[in-house]
Design a protein around this ligand. Sequence first.
Ligand SMILES: *[C@@H]1O[C@H](CO)[C@@H](O)[C@H](O)[C@H]1NC(C)=O
Ligand SMILES: *[C@@H]1O[C@H](CO)[C@@H](O)[C@H](O)[C@H]1NC(C)=O
Ligand SMILES: *[C@@H]1O[C@H](CO)[C@@H](O)[C@H](O)[C@H]1NC(C)=O
Ligand SMILES: *[C@@H]1O[C@H](CO)[C@@H](O)[C@H](O)[C@H]1NC(C)=O
Ligand SMILES: *[C@@H]1O[C@H](CO)[C@@H](O)[C@H](O)[C@H]1NC(C)=O
Ligand SMILES: *[C@@H]1O[C@H](CO)[C@@H](O)[C@H](O)[C@H]1NC(C)=O
Ligand SMILES: *[C@@H]1O[C@H](CO)[C@@H](O)[C@H](O)[C@H]1NC(C)=O
Ligand SMILES: *[C@@H]1O[C@H](CO)[C@@H](O)[C@H](O)[C@H]1NC(C)=O
Ligand SMILES: *[C@@H]1O[C@H](CO)[C@@H](O)[C@H](O)[C@H]1NC(C)=O
Ligand SMILES: *[C@@H]1O[C@H](CO)[C@@H](O)[C@H](O)[C@H]1NC(C)=O
Ligand SMILES: *[C@@H]1O[C@H](CO)[C@@H](O)[C@H](O)[C@H]1NC(C)=O
Ligand SMILES: *[C@@H]1O[C@H](CO)[C@@H](O)[C@H](O)[C@H]1NC(C)=O
Length: 393
Amino acid sequence: MVNTTSAAGLLGVVLLARHGDRLGYYQDPTTYNSNQSYITPLGSVQEHQLGSFLRETYLNPSSPSYIEGINTDVVDVDQLFVRADSGGGNVVLDSAYGLLQGLYPPTRSSAITLANGSTVTGPLGGYQYVPVDSVEMTQIPSLTSWMDCNYFIFHLNRVYQSASYLQMAETAGPFLNAVTPYLGSGISNNFTNMWNIYDYINVQSIHNKTFYEALPPTFLEQARYYANFVQQAVFSDSVSNSVGNIGIRTLLPEIMWSLGNMTEGSNKVKLALTQVDYKPFIGLFNVTNATLTDPDISGIANYASVVALELSQDAAGEASVSMKFKNGTDDKEFRQLALFGNTSIPLNTFVKNLAWITINSTNEWCFSCNQTTLRGCSVYNFSNDPFINGVTR
Ligand SMILES: *[C@@H]1O[C@H](CO)[C@@H](O)[C@H](O)[C@H]1NC(C)=O
Ligand SMILES: *[C@@H]1O[C@H](CO)[C@@H](O)[C@H](O)[C@H]1NC(C)=O
Ligand SMILES: *[C@@H]1O[C@H](CO)[C@@H](O)[C@H](O)[C@H]1NC(C)=O
Ligand SMILES: *[C@@H]1O[C@H](CO)[C@@H](O)[C@H](O)[C@H]1NC(C)=O
Ligand SMILES: *[C@@H]1O[C@H](CO)[C@@H](O)[C@H](O)[C@H]1NC(C)=O
Ligand SMILES: *[C@@H]1O[C@H](CO)[C@@H](O)[C@H](O)[C@H]1NC(C)=O
Ligand SMILES: *[C@@H]1O[C@H](CO)[C@@H](O)[C@H](O)[C@H]1NC(C)=O
Ligand SMILES: *[C@@H]1O[C@H](CO)[C@@H](O)[C@H](O)[C@H]1NC(C)=O
Ligand SMILES: *[C@@H]1O[C@H](CO)[C@@H](O)[C@H](O)[C@H]1NC(C)=O
Ligand SMILES: *[C@@H]1O[C@H](CO)[C@@H](O)[C@H](O)[C@H]1NC(C)=O
Ligand SMILES: *[C@@H]1O[C@H](CO)[C@@H](O)[C@H](O)[C@H]1NC(C)=O
Ligand SMILES: *[C@@H]1O[C@H](CO)[C@@H](O)[C@H](O)[C@H]1NC(C)=O
């Protein structure tokens, strides 16, 4: 087996990070369409702490996971590739900024000398601005690929009618009745609405003293348990290339391209970060079989969670990938996960095992969702497509 952190350090890392603490966030349980919420100061602190943790892990030359050749203090923007879902209240984009502040904190070394000889340090003690590619929902579907996706709606209905779901809904019945008095008006206690029930309880428990003091013990944990179950069913699928996994299927191409490019000498990018919601975590752990080794990671990742795909190279020059996870600020360290049952696998095995499930372009997304008008799909002409028009099957 390949050593996950060879003495030479890492070639690079690809990160998926969840946003930090935010205000309430409603998702329509029949479509999972939603609008982003707003980050709170607590959320910014969580992301900043995550950035500091990643700095200690990847930017510190004495760390076993140090990325060979990466700048440690003054950012070289060519070494980073950062993108974040934007829109609505921008909680995800703002989280990326918070994380980057912890990764490359202000430094007086971040200064320039002008033509007239005077030296200027950036504001706030040398604040460093890292470009973030903000991905608009209407522009590219990849970071919000479950929305406006017709087949995903079929999938939701399939989940809501499945035996395991109906059984869990029955088990949850007494809890749903007991929790109803604590839910705001207009929040349905239908099990399909479990995400919104949990989110309301969680957000209120963090921000509302009256609510926090009134909520009976274990209600938050019970809501989380049921929400974990429902979200796992909604954002994974029994077959890897099915639509339940769409949240990760549209991210995998960029993950593979980033890792592939990191193996090439001419490439500058050493740290690629995509800031997201909780959904792709569920899909990633499902399609890599990580949940077979660690069944407890199948639920919702906490705020400011991160999953790292670390790329290293052995003495023979073979590149390998290793996956680690930190479930929010409660976890102080990374936890090693398994990729297809192994601590580390060759990059080409990683690509081979997952290439068949990727959705690489808007055109493929339109096709995979049976969407012919929204999200940029109207530029393609699917009127002759035998699959979308139901000619075959
Ligand atoms: C999102 O916001 C738009 C515009 O304000 C609104 O029309 C839409 O109903 C909202 N969607 C959800 C799921 O809240
Ligand atoms: C040098 O140029 C900067 C920017 O134009 C200006 O703020 C500064 O006062 C100049 N310093 C001197 C010594 O002329
Ligand atoms: C819960 O919602 C589902 C889907 O909208 C619906 O089929 C079901 O009848 C609802 N159950 C109750 C008890 O209202
Ligand atoms: C705080 O919780 C109490 C008790 O549930 C509720 O009446 C109140 O509306 C909540 N406040 C806010 C700002 O949501
Ligand atoms: C490098 O990234 C580009 C897209 O940014 C991709 O087309 C190309 O295949 C990647 N190279 C490798 C070796 O993966
Ligand atoms: C992936 O998710 C599906 C649907 O929830 C489940 O049936 C399957 O066992 C999961 N696969 C793994 C490897 O956990
Ligand atoms: C993260 O931790 C919470 C408890 O704090 C748990 O409910 C959840 O399942 C965990 N998520 C993952 C992906 O491990
Ligand atoms: C993932 O696990 C499933 C069993 O759930 C197995 O059939 C499949 O071969 C595994 N995939 C890989 C690439 O190891
Ligand atoms: C991973 O582990 C499985 C056994 O769990 C083994 O069959 C396989 O060859 C290993 N290596 C790779 C690269 O998947
Ligand atoms: C999608 O991208 C992956 C990763 O680069 C590649 O392996 C796969 O062949 C591509 N699929 C198509 C249909 O282009
Ligand atoms: C799409 O293709 C069909 C069949 O080739 C053609 O009849 C139709 O005019 C095309 N529509 C557009 C908007 O180009
Ligand atoms: C795709 O959607 C169209 C309506 O826009 C529908 O007529 C067609 O049957 C759908 N195709 C499939 C395979 O579900």
